[in-house]
Design a protein around this ligand. Structure first.
Ligand SMILES: NC(=O)c1ccc[n+]([C@@H]2O[C@H](COP(=O)([O-])OP(=O)(O)OC[C@H]3O[C@@H](n4cnc5c(N)ncnc54)[C@H](OP(=O)(O)O)[C@@H]3O)[C@@H](O)[C@H]2O)c1
Length: 261
């Protein structure tokens, strides 16, 4: 009989994952969830000292390594892929979580805020995924494909009130790139899905939540902001055998913020 137990469907024992931006915020929530489900996790962001501190904290939940890279350039993406390849000959799960934002009124919106945001949020996701294809292909099979999990945003699903022009456009681009890559990579036994978070309290969202927190909660059907369990649950679902039959999906994890407003 088929084994449909949660252990079979969602255990990540023997899986290796890379979480970009995994040292803090939503990335650390993903990393902790993946470690708790049994995976070995590599976290990455720009500062080795901060990553090492985060890795020391996360190591309470399982084996974790930290590799610094700047993912806003192709060179940085290639160097991270190479460093991961020195540690493992396959990569089961890639979580493209690192991201940046910028807010400014329309007439003052700087040119540099387009480059900064698009280079990391869109080009970086593409270039890192491409650089890691050999390791992802080595991990995937028809029954249990390798997983690419992009991180979009509810701000890419609906027109935001705040003036974050390059950010919301970048996240809509990530959603569409998810579908494009899903189509191209399915035959190589790699699925590509996207988690579109609602509002979570992180460094990126601290100012917005401190200023508009009450309004945001009032507009959220479930009446609260997101918690680490909400992110961990989504990434474990998409990473486990139980999530093997989804590809090209953009899943809002937002308490109904985008789905019911
Ligand atoms: N928080 C929310 O409510 C929310 C909602 C929707 C979507 N998201 C998305 O969730 C993801 C995580 O955001 P967060 O809220 O956790 O924000 P955060 O706390 O600011 O985390 C961003 C992460 O990305 C890393 N990063 C930034 N620039 C980088 C670069 N050039 N190269 C490599 N890593 C870089 C940061 O580390 P360093 O700066 O040290 O490099 C950090 O680890 C982002 O894609 C964001 O757009 C967040």
């Amino acid at each position: 009989m088929t084994d449909l137990t949660p252990a079979k469907l969602f255990s990540l024992d023997d899986k290796t994952a890379l979480v970009t931006g995994g040292g803090r915020g939503i990335g650390a929530m993903f990393a902790e969830g993946l470690l708790g489900a049994g995976a070995r996790v590599v976290i990455s962001s720009r500062r080795q000292d901060q990553l090492d501190e985060a890795a020391a904290e996360l190591s309470e939940f399982g084996p974790v390594e930290a590799i610094a890279a700047d993912l806003s350039s192709e060179e940085g993406c290639k160097s991270l892929a190479e460093a991961v390849g020195e540690r493992t000959d396959h990569l089961d799960i890639l979580v493209n979580n690192a991201g940046a934002t910028w807010g400014a009124p329309m007439r003052e919106f700087p040119d540099s805020a387009w480059d900064r945001v698009m280079n990391l949020n869109v080009k970086g996701v593409f270039q890192l995924t491409v650089a890691l294809l050999p390791l992802l292909e080595s991990a995937g099979s028809a029954d249990d494909p390798a997983r690419v999990i992009n991180v979009g945003s509810v701000q890419g699903l609906q027109a935001p009130d705040i003036e974050n022009y390059s950010y919301s456009a970048s996240k809509a681009a990530v959603h569409h790139m998810t579908r494009v890559l899903a189509k191209k990579l399915a035959g190589r036994h790699i699925t590509v899905n996207c988690i579109a978070p609602g509002v979570f309290y992180t460094k990126m969202m601290a100012h917005t939540l401190d200023t508009f927190g009450e309004e945001i909660v009032a507009e959220t059907a479930l009446g609260r902001i997101g918690r680490p369990e909400d992110m961990a649950g989504a990434v474990i679902f998409l990473s486990g055998r139980g999530g093997a039959y989804l590809t090209g999906a953009v899943i809002p994890v937002d308490g109904g913020y985008s789905t019911t407003l």
